[in-house]
Design a protein around this ligand. Sequence first.
Ligand SMILES: CC(=O)[C@@H](O)[C@H](O)COP(=O)(O)O
Ligand SMILES: NCC(=O)COP(=O)(O)O
Length: 237
Amino acid sequence: MTRLSVNINKVATLRNARGGDVPNVVKVALDCEAFGADGITVHPRPDERHIRMADVYDLRPLLRTEFNIEGYPSPEFIDLVLKVKPHQVTLVPDSPSQITSNSGWDTKVNFDFLTEVLDAFNTAGIRTSVFVSADAEMIEYAAKAGADRVELYTEPYATAFSKDPEAAVAPFVEAAKVARKLGIGLNAGHDLSLVNLNFFYKNIPWLDEVSIGHALISDALYLGLERTIQEYKNCLR
Ligand SMILES: CC(=O)[C@@H](O)[C@H](O)COP(=O)(O)O
Ligand SMILES: NCC(=O)COP(=O)(O)O
């Protein structure tokens, strides 16, 4: 089964636009779970422009599904994750000024750093995942550094999908085979949508998890959150 983790960053962005508590991020997360989400993902950034550190603490005791925290492993981020102890932490090589995640790690160049950070999370009993491009060497070094899983950065797939779906997914199928051969888990995310998700899943049915935010929350404006989550779940069958 491929799990759907709903990234609620965009819900927090909407809330922050007015400075109040509408929409309430915790309530939306709990409703996502009630509507069938298998997990909740957040990606706090240092400027707290969407998810805030306080949201992460508020969510932890209330969530009933898997909690995945993504982000760049700064000292503050590491401290937060070790205190909150989510089910999974996903390391992303974001710089603070980036609008959104736009690449995977160079796991070879950052091997020592990643090994040290992954060791701290593994020792704390938190499942680890490393955000990488669909590149065999990057996956191999992530595994060597101690990652339990990799998360494939799917923006290039999403961009190329409309022109040639087969060509778009081909490098991801190869990357997924590398992860399977190494015996590590496989997640995927970034710009997955109702348009491109089912094709991705059909080609890589052994995916453990997808995390989806931007398109899913946008679809919910038209379809409502409950139906949207059901439609995304239907893409994973
Ligand atoms: C790693 C990744 O792709 C997501 O965490 C993404 O960055 C979240 O979306 P936003 O950048 O829009 O918050
Ligand atoms: N890890 C990817 C994620 O959480 C959501 O990315 P997006 O669907 O907002 O592009």
